[in-house]
Ligand binder design. Structure first.
Ligand SMILES: C[S@@+](CC[C@H](N)C(=O)[O-])C[C@H]1O[C@@H](n2cnc3c(N)ncnc32)[C@H](O)[C@@H]1O
Length: 304
């Protein structure tokens, strides 16, 4: 279905949404839904399709993504039922109230980056030689190059520990040693420095965790996530649901702990006790889904 809509608007299908079935189920009850991470509008389309009475507010902090999402959604099929707004999901409280989406029936965040963004020349991938920047939102001040060239060895070490990088000590030392010879400005240059700290073959690229840590810090991902979780819960309708798909254990732990606290306090119930991971078929068809975990909570309805 997605394919035909995309073909009609002549926009290439870059991005396959993860856990489509669960998101279709999540958005069955008619109401106001907020997609905090519109990206290529994959989940937004599912939300609009799962109930024809659904209204959608789509948010993204990347203007290019938002423009492309507009192209994908346009046409009569969904007309009048959605609105796309540029913004950071940490501002969800004010964005939702300015657009009359409070209280919301459902709120979804599919964290991270779309395949389209990974292909953008901002240095997110260690496999493509690009400037070491990583800023998804141009309003962020610190780039990845600023961190590796200016932060102290101790600060870089702590950043790498955050993502449980076993070689945090060796990598932070190698970065500081190498930058004395010449500034570290390119992705492949950094990937080589990091790889030099590993002697044995690794099942994943040795620079994976270093790049993840930089991306998280540059884009304020932890702070944004914590603020977004709190604000989203506040604007949720009683009986409404908050769904978050995360792709690394650091983010998933934050989501899990936050949801458990709401459940413990009797303010919400966990829709899935352990979170849901994709089936083998989904992983095969959509490699991006491999590390995904979906968690959903339902806000408690006050007894009248
Ligand atoms: C994984 S993609 C979402 C893909 C989308 N669910 C789909 O099916 O097409 C994540 C999106 O979230 C956006 N994003 C990341 N951090 C954000 C933030 N703090 N506020 C708003 N959007 C953000 C990215 O620009 C990206 O477009």
């Amino acid at each position: 279905m997605a394919g035909s809509l995309i073909a009609k608007n002549n926009v290439k299908p870059f991005h396959i949404p993860v856990m489509s079935e669960q998101i279709a189920l999540f958005s069955k009850t008619p109401g106001k839904y907020i997609d905090l991470t519109v990206g290529m509008a994959g989940h937004s389309r599912i939300i609009l399709e799962s109930n024809k009475e659904n209204l959608l507010l789509g948010i993204d902090c990347n203007e290019k993504s938002l423009k492309l999402a507009g192209e994908i959604l346009k046409g009569n099929r969904f007309s009048g039922r959605y609105k796309l707004v540029y913004g950071n999901f940490r501002e969800i409280g004010s964005i939702a109230s300015d657009n009359d989406f409070v209280p919301a029936e459902g709120i979804l965040a599919d964290l991270g980056f779309s395949s389209e963004e990974i292909a953008e020349p901002i240095g997110l991938s260690f496999e493509i030689d690009q400037p070491l920047d990583m800023r998804l939102d141009r309003s962020y001040r610190l780039s990845a190059a600023d961190i590796v060239n200016r932060w102290s060895e101790e600060e870089i070490f702590k950043m790498l520990q955050m993502v449980q990088e076993r070689k945090a000590g060796a990598i932070s030392h190698a970065i500081c040693r190498n930058r004395q010879k010449q500034p570290i400005t390119r992705t492949v240059q950094l990937a080589k420095i990091v790889s030099s700290c590993f002697r044995k073959w690794q099942p994943i690229h040795p620079a994976t965790k270093t790049f993840l840590a930089l991306r998280i810090v540059v884009n304020h991902e932890i702070d944004n996530l914590e603020t977004m979780l709190r604000s989203s819960f506040e604007i949720l309708k009683e009986g409404g649901r908050l769904a978050v798909i995360s792709f690394n254990s650091l983010e998933d732990r934050i989501v899990k702990n936050s949801f458990r606290e709401y459940a413990k306090a009797g303010l919400a119930e966990l829709v899935y006790k352990k979170g849901v991971v994709p089936t083998d078929t989904e992983k095969k068809n959509n490699p991006r889904s491999r590390s995904a975990r979906l968690r959903i909570i339902k806000k408690t309805e006050e007894k009248k």
